[in-house]
Design a protein around this ligand. Sequence first.
Ligand code: SAM
Length: 212
Amino acid sequence: MKIPELYRKNNVDKDYTSIGLFRELRKRYDIAKVFYPGCYVHIAPSLVFANVTYADSFRSTYKFFDSPDTHEYIEQSKEYPDEAMLKFYQQDYNKPFIGLKDDFDLVISQYAGFVGQSVKRYLRYGGLLVCNNSHGDASMASIDPDYKLVAIYRRISDERFSISDKNMESYLIPKKGVLPTKDQLAKTMKGIAYTKSPSGYIFKKVDDKDKN
Ligand SMILES: C[S@@+](CC[C@H](N)C(=O)[O-])C[C@H]1O[C@@H](n2cnc3c(N)ncnc32)[C@H](O)[C@@H]1O
């Protein structure tokens, strides 16, 4: 089966589809609706989850999502019986998304800036933000009272990821002993160093009664 060219070049050939992460998330959590801003052509979530909304501002990315090749590939490779439902917004994720509600179960943030902050309103309470810290999104979530760390993930290979919710208090401890500030993270767009460095983090969006 033909892998869409851009996805092959950007994700498959680099052994960076993270398919193992999406499979682990599906196994472990109750996830129906997924939102992936800053996705570029990373369509691996649609192989595991039936309902995924994507967004990216990079010019002409919509052509990839409109292409019959993309839809055919997902149709043939998906790991669920339901029909694949995917939607793509060609837009800056900082701008309002027309037609979206606050009912997403999962927001994916991978190498695309402060996604967890910009689209927080679309995540339901109890919904999950899965992010890494390369652009500082995890550091930002760690100082945001609306988010609570519930698990971390480790990449063993592209197909194999592990998720752990043990000893959460031992993560996100700054190596230098000082918590980052929002301004500092916004300026550097880089996460700070922690005493432990898993591949990524899973935060839950909490309501007022869940905050401590
Ligand atoms: C390094 S790529 C990562 C793509 C994908 N997340 C992956 O892991 O393969 C970052 C993407 O985020 C998009 N991006 C960055 N800031 C954005 C914004 N404010 N609104 C929409 N897309 C954005 C870029 O256009 C780019 O396609």
